[in-house]
Write a new protein. Structure first.
Length: 144
């Protein structure tokens, strides 16, 4: 069971357990993320420019979507106390202002000897997969 100040412990995890976070992408998200990251690519912040690209309009930063996955890992699965060690991401489809994104992290593998957990990480907009990937995290054990 997840605890408020400490997420799941290694012994409480099993393949198939998952956590999710849902957020509707706003204009403010794109502008604030561009400001925080310095990524002012006009495909994210300039509608006129973005309309002339493959995307046919502004799209969310891919790493913003990675941040939604980070939210799941740090607050839901495995939750507070988990240490994010690595992430592979593939961006499958554009996400636009107004899209509601569900980020999901599902336990796929547990390495008890090293306190490591692998997670399948996926973002969806409705029934469309927009991001896929795999994360590795370190999780505390009762034996620590």
């Amino acid at each position: 069971m997840v605890q408020e100040s400490q997420g799941y412990l290694l012994e409480d995890l099993e393949p198939g357990l998952y956590g999710a976070y849902t957020r509707t992408v706003t204009e403010a998200d794109l502008v604030l993320f561009a400001g925080l990251s310095g990524d002012n690519n006009p495909v994210h912040i300039n509608e006129v420019f973005a309309s002339s690209t493959f995307a046919k309009g502004r799209i969310a930063h891919g790493i913003f979507l990675g941040g939604l996955i980070s939210c799941v890992i740090g607050t839901r699965m495995p939750g507070p106390g988990a240490i994010y060690l690595g992430q592979d991401l593939s961006f499958r489809a554009p996400v636009r202002i107004g899209d509601t994104v569900q980020a999901v992290a599902t336990v796929t593998e547990i390495e008890h000897e090293r306190n490591r957990v692998k997670l399948d990480t996926t973002c969806y907009v409705r029934d469309r997969t927009v991001v896929t990937g795999e994360a590795e995290v370190m999780v505390a054990s009762r034996e620590d």
